[in-house]
Write a protein that binds this ligand. Structure first.
Ligand SMILES: O=P(O)(O)OC[C@H]1O[C@H](O[C@H]2O[C@H](CO)[C@@H](O)[C@H](O)[C@H]2O)[C@H](O)[C@@H](O)[C@@H]1O
Length: 359
């Protein structure tokens, strides 16, 4: 018997694996040394081994991302808090400057829900916003078109907010509806670009509930056009098991993609539609598709809100405000630390308007 080492690299992952192959002497000088005679590894088998190894690496990456989430996307070490704040100053301290840029333009307000209007809590069903916040949003909506853009299903986020005069974009923007009350009522806005995925999402929801029911604290939330697998209340030592189960279920669904939120794995249809598209769709519905007379203000805390920040950056219009206490990579221009500051900002917006936009 002889042992040889073989090194295989995977171009996609950049991983290199060295494998020891043991085989009889007689096979050493075979013209096709790795082609499948019984009992030893063929090239195909080695590649398969490499594939499972890279899948293992992907799972490890996923686990790393799960550990790093909430707060997500920490900036690099050198990127300390002060320099980050210089690049993303507080939207409250820069309020006057922001408002000056909006003069002569129609302000449109976009608000994420979890972590923006309500604090992050352990139980997703208990993420209530305060009445004071609700009043602030209600007052802002009297002055400017206002939309809630959430990863939650539209009906659920509506039950938390309970303001029929708003636009709602649920399921990460894949389910949009206009106001059912107020002076903008009658706007027949409705957009559901992922309708055909409903049966698939239901199927995957059922499969996931079944697979993860043994993991204490794990929860699958059906957000209609997408799913959230929560692990905030799962012991960290069981995260690998949870990620494995999720991957196992969705591996048969090429049309679905997996992404990461704040202690949550998000499963969504593989379509090019996100919160950024929802923002553009709503601006278009309001008649501001090509207009430079609009000033969209988007406030959000999550990775998924980055798609909307990016749209604003590319349009060179309005501003994105990231809600975060810690430095994060972001396309937003300004920051606010937590929902209470979001409320302060909304109140300033009303006062400013009440003063007749004093610039
Ligand atoms: O777009 P959003 O409105 O921010 O929704 C994103 C997800 O938010 C919710 O989960 C997050 O908040 C929960 C309550 O505070 C918290 O328990 C969880 O760990 C967070 O990830 C919501 O439950 C998800 O369905 C949304 O996708």
């Amino acid at each position: 018997m002889t042992t040889q080492r073989m090194v295989i690299s995977d171009a996609n992952s950049g991983l290199t694996m060295s494998i020891a192959i043991t085989r009889p002497e007689s096979a050493l000088f075979s013209p096709k040394p790795l082609v499948s005679p019984s009992g030893y590894l063929t090239k195909k088998m080695l590649l398969k081994k490499l594939e499972s190894f890279t899948n293992g690496a992907k799972i490890n990456n996923l686990i790393e991302a799960m550990r790093a989430s909430s707060p997500t996307r920490r900036a690099t070490d050198s990127d300390d808090h002060n320099s980050w704040t210089l690049r993303h100053p507080s939207a409250i301290s820069m309020f006057d400057e922001i408002m000056r840029a909006s003069i002569g333009k129609q302000i449109v307000v976009f608000l994420d829900y979890d972590g923006t209007l309500s604090p992050i809590v352990d139980d997703p069903d208990c993420a209530f916003m305060t009445n004071e916040m609700r009043e602030a949003v209600k007052d802002v909506a009297k002055l400017f078109p206002t939309a809630i853009v959430s990863g939650r299903c539209r009906a659920k986020v509506y039950n938390f907010v309970r303001l029929p005069e708003l636009y709602y974009a649920g399921s990460h923007g894949m389910d949009i509806k206009g106001p059912s009350k107020g002076h903008r009522k009658g706007n027949p806005v409705l957009c559901q670009p992922a309708r055909e995925f409903l049966p698939m999402i239901d199927e995957v929801h059922k499969a996931l509930v079944e697979k993860i029911k043994y993991i204490p604290g794990a929860l699958v939330e059906n957000n209609k056009f997408c799913l959230s697998v929560h692990y905030r209340r799962v012991e960290e030592k069981r995260w690998v098991e949870l990620a494995d189960q999720v991957k196992l279920v969705i591996k048969d669904y090429q049309e679905l993609k997996l992404s990461q939120g704040r202690k949550v794995l998000e499963i969504r249809p593989m379509i090019k539609w996100d919160k950024g598209n929802a923002l553009e769709f709503l601006l278009e519905s309001l008649g501001y598709a090509e207009s430079n007379k609009v000033f969209p203000v988007y406030i959000g805390d999550d990775r998924t809100d980055e798609d909307a920040f990016k749209v604003l950056r590319n349009r060179g219009q309005g501003l994105g405000i990231l809600v975060s206490k810690v430095p994060k990579e972001t396309n937003a221009s300004y920051s606010l630390q937590e929902p209470s500051e979001v409320m302060q900002f909304l109140k300033r917006l009303m006062e400013w308007h009440g003063k007749g936009c004093p610039y």
